[in-house]
Ligand binder design. Structure first.
Ligand SMILES: C[S@@+](CC[C@H](N)C(=O)[O-])C[C@H]1O[C@@H](n2cnc3c(N)ncnc32)[C@H](O)[C@@H]1O
Ligand SMILES: [Zn+2]
Length: 354
């Protein structure tokens, strides 16, 4: 842990300042020690150079498994850049010299982009993925890692110029409440961008971004549906969404209860299914049993595991997410053409969430 991180940290329970005690320092970094709250006397250990504000990985153990198994699979700078821009509306170069929070950093693929672009970035994750991210970002500086729960972020209010969270908030017990907690980390005048899983994805894409419909339907760039077929699909988009959400929900009721190793083995079905699902005749199967359609087989297994394993997986509409920004006092709210990615600017310090 870099000592500079201390200026941003606060007790997740009472907001009091933290004091470092008995630090064991090596090459200027704190390897172990304790952070004591000066207000409520809570204590938080620092181990392996990472401050720990939670006793373990609680309901996100599937993510500890995931990121320890696929430590660098998704470290593809081009793909990360494309996803980062689509999910945040920002190019990393705009963040040079800014203080940035990656909320739910996983193995650190987006932190890597942001740190290389010259931002000071803090990665927080509830799972042991923070350890993987810390290893992956090794020598890049300044970057910081914290193991903590977004529902109780251990930061001083209004610390960050830019907060982003890509594919994370819907994995907490309550997405809106996680959003409200996170909003408090943004400095007045700062910005926040989030991407969460879409509900009614196809219908909403027809409504807000009709030019992206093909992308949503096909899931892979090589398969294109003619305009007239799209016109036939439009009136039944809501039914298609409902069918795929319901079948996925039923399957997840089983898969989230499987031991991770079994599910991991099962997800290898994504490797051959990719070829079957690309045959237009079998397209309806994609709605009934979702598998990742990434051309890289290892990535397919990872993404399929990522879909079927997490305990919580909520889905939201653009309207819902927009309303969260509004109630936290954000302005300049923009819907981005990746369902559901939304960005906004903090007009003032966000109110304390419920
Ligand atoms: C699908 S992964 C996304 C990781 C990263 N944003 C990316 O796209 O590569 C979701 C991450 O959110 C983290 N997460 C879920 N609930 C969390 C919480 N309450 N607090 C902090 N992190 C959480 C998980 O541990 C996991 O690493
Ligand atoms: Zn405290």
């Amino acid at each position: 842990m870099n000592r500079q991180l201390l200026r941003l940290l606060a007790c997740p329970y009472c907001g009091g300042s933290l004091q470092m005690e008995t630090p064991d320092v090596s090459a200027d970094a704190v390897v172990s020690g304790t952070l004591h709250c000066t207000k409520c006397a809570e204590a938080f250990p620092i181990s392996n150079g990472i401050p720990r504000f939670v006793p373990g990985d609680t309901y996100v153990s599937s993510f500890s498994f995931e990121w320890k198994r696929w430590r660098r699979t998704q470290f593809d700078p081009e793909e990360s850049l494309r996803l980062f821009i689509a999910s945040t509306g920002k190019h990393p170069s705009e963040l040079r010299g800014r203080l940035v929070l990656d909320a739910g950093c996983g193995s650190g693929r987006f932190m890597d982009l942001v740190a290389r672009a010259g931002a000071e970035v803090v990665g927080i994750d509830l799972s042991f993925a923070v350890e993987v991210a810390a290893e992956n970002l090794g020598a890049l500086d300044p970057r910081h890692f914290v193991q903590a729960d977004l529902m109780r972020p251990p930061f001083r209010r209004g610390s960050f110029d830019f907060v982003y969270s890509i594919g994370v908030l819907h994995h907490t017990p309550d997405t809106r409440s996680a959003f409200r907690q996170l909003a408090q980390c943004v400095a007045p005048g700062g910005e926040m961008s989030i991407w969460v899983y879409p509900r009614r994805r196809l219908a909403d894409t027809f409504r807000h971004f009709p030019d992206r419909v093909n992308e949503v339907i096909s899931q892979d760039s090589s398969f294109r549906l003619p305009e007239r077929v799209q016109a036939l699909i439009r009136p039944v988009a809501g039914v298609i969404d409902w069918t795929s959400e319901a079948s996925s929900g039923l399957q997840r009721a089983v898969t989230t209860r499987l031991p991770p190793r079994w599910l991991y083995a099962l997800c290898h079905a994504a490797i051959p299914l990719y070829y079957v699902y690309r045959i237009p005749l079998f397209y309806p199967l994609r709605l009934l049993t979702k598998v990742a359609m990434h051309p890289n087989p290892e990535w397919r297994v990872l993404d399929t595991f990522d879909w079927y394993s997490p305990r919580y997986q909520w889905k939201h509409t653009f309207e819902e997410v927009r309303s969260w920004y509004e109630e936290s006092g954000f302005g300049d709210i923009r819907l981005l053409p990746r369902a559901v990615a939304v960005t906004g600017k903090a007009r003032r310090l966000a109110p304390v969430g419920d």
